[in-house]
Design a protein around this ligand. Structure first.
Ligand code: FE2
Length: 377
């Protein structure tokens, strides 16, 4: 376990950047009812409607709603036909993340660099154009049925992508201060973590920032291992979790069982005011994991002084952790889909670049209490 700043910086600097990434372009979820999911993300999460494709735009087999809040773009897709790859994905996995799309300057080069290093292609470089210019897309497989697409949009001026129309339904909620994707975590199966961390290192030029083993992350019952992979400029961070042997079933195993394999476990979104953001989310019905109130009796002994009053943090259940560079505030939702699979993290960084290791034990005990109610512990 090592997360000290000089090492972090050195490791990132050493990452071989043959795959420069400008950021997360968008996240596409396959879901059973994209129209209603879009309403959920707008009404509860403050996303704004942006674009649409479906029957009205000449697409016959699927419908996609594109939502945005600051730098976060979600695409929600459902099939319009009885059989097909989207149906199969939903049938197997339930609602979940299909595409983690990465914004690049050159989607053809990104595809060449990654496939020549062993990535399996799902989309050869393809141009799409309309009156607003041209987008180039390419794609490769990652863990489970999840894929990365590379999106090149430097010659495009439209709202999202060729094939989409502007979508302006009645606005249902103000933005809630969600700013950008801080990190996205993948759960992989027994013995698969090294396969996928090596994939990100070898195929995508990522470097490992941090690793945790089951001594860092275990409770009386459950355990997991985690490694954090980052791209060269640090804009893209993908922690990868693998279950570890414990006395009872871990949350990672529960995920793998219900998702029927590897997939995106959580999406961490950044805010600059977590108290305001979480208050608004809670008022709109989003459910968060709760740690016992006793957590707050000793937390300041562990993390030292912080700018915020403790009372609202305690009231909302926001967790605090500190590393060499500062502290962070974080909170985790309960699963946001029917199966106990995908959830969100809300995070506000005040200097800290780590991921909340000091909260793992309290957090996992909270998750275990939830698993208990589901009969999956
Ligand atoms: Fe996280």
């Amino acid at each position: 376990m090592s997360n000290t700043s000089p090492e972090l910086k050195k490791v990132v600097a050493e990452a071989d950047d043959f795959l420069p990434l400008l950021g997360t372009d968008h996240i596409e979820l396959y879901c059973g009812n994209a129209k209603q999911s879009a309403y959920y993300y707008m009404a509860a999460w403050g996303f704004q409607p942006l674009a649409f494709c479906g029957l009205e735009t000449g697409v016959r087999d699927r419908v996609s709603y594109v939502l945005r809040q600051d730098k976060i773009t979600l695409v929600l897709t459902s099939p319009l036909v009885a059989d097909g790859p989207i149906n199969d994905h939903i049938n197997r996995h339930g609602d979940g993340v299909k595409v983690i799309a990465l914004w690049v300057d050159d989607a053809t080069k990104s595809w060449n660099e990654t496939t020549s290093r062993g990535a399996e292609s799902v989309l050869e470089p393809t141009e799409r154009s309309d009156n607003n210019g041209q987008v180039v897309l390419s794609g490769i497989k990652t863990y489970g049925d999840t894929v990365h697409t590379f999106v090149e949009r430097r010659n495009y001026e439209g709202i999202f992508m060729p094939g989409y129309q502007a979508w302006n339904p009645v606005q249902v909620s103000e933005p809630l201060g969600l700013q950008f994707i801080d990190h996205m975590v993948g759960n992989v199966g027994w013995g698969e973590m090294d396969t996928w961390t090596e994939f990100y290192a070898r195929v995508m030029g990522f470097a490992q920032l941090i690793s945790f083993d089951d001594k860092d992350i275990s409770t009386e019952y459950t355990a997991l291992m985690s490694k954090v992979m980052s791209n060269g400029n640090g804009r893209i961070k993908f922690p990868i979790n693998e279950p570890a042997e414990g006395r009872k079933k871990s949350q990672i195993e529960e995920y793998i069982d219900f998702y029927q394999g590897a997939g995106v476990q959580h999406i961490a979104v950044a805010t600059s005011n977590i108290i305001e953001t979480v208050t608004a989310l809670r008022d709109r019905g989003i459910e968060f994991l709760k740690v016992p109130s006793s957590y707050y009796d000793t937390v300041l002994d562990r993390v030292g002084s912080i700018d915020e009053d403790l009372a609202p943090l305690r009231e909302l259940g926001i967790l605090i952790d500190r590393d060499d560079e500062g502290y962070l505030l974080q909170i985790f939702t309960k699963p946001v889909v029917d199966r106990p699979t995908m959830f969100f993290e809300i995070i506000q960084r005040k200097g800290a670049k780590s991921f909340g290791k000091g909260n793992f034990k309290a957090l996992f005990e909270a998750i275990e209490r939830e698993q208990e109610t589901r009969g999956t512990l």
